[in-house]
Design a protein around this ligand. Structure first.
Ligand code: ADP
Length: 343
């Protein structure tokens, strides 16, 4: 018996146990992240391998409401693993936050014969998935697709490693000009409510400090930095700042320096959307491939309302309730390492 027919036989057994699943819909939602295409490919191929039909839903939850849906074969996902962005497009959809919008989405799923969903997105998208799954008793598996790495229950999210590498390349370049002009640079990186990109980016580029939301509520990080004289042995300083209402952002901090510590020649760079783009790293492609295949394993296994995560290099399934509810803590050892190395 070939691998495919064995898998299909196993699948058929599970299908009868589960009652209904024979067609899986995939969508990407919220902020795009490099590696989403690798995840779409993995979900599609793994689902077909296991005997499911697959349908691609365009523009996130909006496509569910408007019915922008096409059948996917293995060829639909050829030659995409190396590309950033998402071939399914992504969107933010306010209607899905209303019961009426979700009812329309459900009607579309029934009409299309889709009886399980794989949702690839961040915190907001998985919140929507959880609400919908509960409301309609609909099987959904989530994949953590966000550059912020801020989902509880997984060591890494799809897109984080690529964004970190993009930040590293950009900061290395800014370092050249910062050193030549003997300036203080605040470089703002993404990470709405989480400092993973800023903190690990700072370690990877030998920065003086990272100003992150997790710490901003505890101490005035700028005051601490100035008190310590930034790095005394160097003629330039770079500080990574997580864009967040809690840190105030790089522009706000630079204004404070100009007013409160005018002896510093301060400049700001906001890295912005370059952090989302580009070809995913090997790490993100492999992570997305493993997680995509695991999403189908989860459905075969009768799991629903879970996010696929990775912990200590093992695939894990995290209930939506936990992945969304809990904040992922920052590793204090990383903070200490940065502090020790920036003397
Ligand atoms: P991300 O998934 O990157 O965190 P958003 O927070 O913008 O992005 O969420 C993406 C989409 O998920 C929203 O546009 C909306 O359609 C859906 N969503 C977010 N929060 C909810 C909610 N509380 N209820 C229903 N849908 C939601």
């Amino acid at each position: 018996m070939s691998g495919i027919s064995l898998a299909t036989a196993i699948n058929n057994q599970w299908v009868s146990n589960m009652g209904t699943i024979n067609c899986v819909g995939i969508l990407t939602s919220g902020g795009d992240a490099p590696g989403m295409n690798a995840a779409i490919r993995a979900v599609t191929r793994s689902a077909i391998y296991n005997g499911f039909e697959v349908k691609g839903i365009y523009r996130g939850y909006r496509g569910l409401i408007t019915g922008e849906i096409v059948p996917f074969r293995t060829e639909n996902v050829s030659n995409i693993i190396q590309h950033g962005g998402t071939i399914l497009k992504t969107a933010r959809c306010k209607e899905f936050e209303t019961p009426e919008g979700r009812k329309q989405a459900y009607d579309t799923l029934v009409k299309e014969g889709i009886n399980a969903l794989v949702v690839i997105g961040g915190d907001g998208s998985l919140t929507g998935a959880r609400i919908f799954a509960q409301e309609y008793d609909f099987p959904i598996v989530g994949l953590p697709g966000t550059i912020d790495n801020d989902l509880y229950g997984t060591d890494h999210t799809i897109g984080y490693d690529t964004a970190l590498n993009t930040i590293m390349e950009a900061v290395d370049k800014i370092r050249d000009t910062a050193t030549s002009h003997e300036r203080l640079f605040f470089i703002e990186v993404m990470g709405r409510d989480a400092g993973f990109l800023a903190l690990n980016g700072a370690i990877a580029t030998g920065c003086e400090a990272a100003i992150i939301p997790e710490i901003s509520t505890e101490i005035d990080q700028l005051e601490e930095l100035v008190k310590n004289g930034f790095r005394k042995s160097k003629n330039s300083s770079i500080v990574l700042v997580a864009e967040s209402p809690t840190t105030g952002g790089a522009i706000h901090l630079a204004e404070r320096v100009k007013n409160e510590y005018p002896q510093y020649d301060v400049r700001v760079t906001i890295l912005g959307h370059i952090q989302r783009g580009g070809s995913p790293t090997a790490h993100d492609r492999i992570l997305a491939s493993r997680m995509g295949a695991a999403a189908i394993d989860a459905l075969l296994d009768g799991q629903r309302n879970v996010m696929v995560g990775i912990r200590n290099d093992e695939i894990v399934y995290v209930p939506f309730s936990k992945a969304i509810k809990y904040d992922k803590p920052i590793n204090r050892e990383l903070l200490n390492t940065l502090r020790k190395l920036s003397i």
